[in-house]
Design a protein. Structure first.
Length: 197
């Protein structure tokens, strides 16, 4: 099996938002919509406050709740694990079911063509043997891309080496995300208290 995934080192992320800009440019994402959005997590107060930045996008789950929620069967999981949306049947329902089903808020509605959109891990780039635009454009080299099911891949070796510093968003949902976050220097807060700026 292949499961392509992303690893983001929150210890390295400096909130330069290169990932957000690259994603919008590569995918022609609508004004006001984001397929990857960087949030700020802050806990505690002065002088003991801890802050880190966390990009949130489609998690390309092994068991994506958006797929069965789509009444038009417009959302599917590719053989390489990437979750994609076929926009032609998508235009029928208006997106409410899949947007409600995603626990990460990663699906956005496109007013222009009345469809929904989300990170597709730059599937067209991946098909050409390239990394997703977010991973390619990160100024702080915080992103990694690869096959998380291949124990010999660089991404799998990093995950194995980081141990308790590896985190996933909302594991209690049972969606089994294939996006991982590395955080060793601060307390992991998951999606609690995230704020956009």
């Amino acid at each position: 099996m292949t499961q392509l995934g992303l690893v983001v080192s929150l210890d390295r992320c400096m909130d330069t938002r290169g990932c957000m800009g690259a994603c919008k440019q590569e995918n022609n994402v609508d004004l006001g919509a984001f397929w990857v959005r960087t949030y700020t997590s802050t806990t505690g107060g002065f002088p003991d406050a801890e802050t880190y930045f966390i990009p949130v996008m489609c998690q390309h789950c092994r068991k994506p709740s958006c797929v069965p929620a789509c009444p038009e069967q417009a959302i599917r999981k590719r053989e390489d694990g990437i979750v994609v949306i076929d926009t032609v049947p998508c235009a029928v329902c208006g997106g409410k079911e899949c947007m409600d089903a995603c626990p990460y808020g990663a699906i956005s509605y496109n007013e222009r063509d009345k469809t929904v959109g989300k990170c597709d891990m730059c599937a067209a780039r991946v098909d050409q043997g390239l990394a997703p635009a977010c991973a390619f454009a990160c100024n702080s080299n915080a992103w990694m891309f690869g096959d998380v099911d291949d124990p010999e891949s660089g991404i799998s070796q990093v995950l194995a080496a980081m141990g308790d510093s590896v985190h996933q968003l909302k594991p209690e949902t049972g969606n089994e995300p294939s996006c991982y976050y590395l955080l060793s220097s601060k307390r992991w807060q998951d999606m609690d208290g995230l704020r956009a700026r």
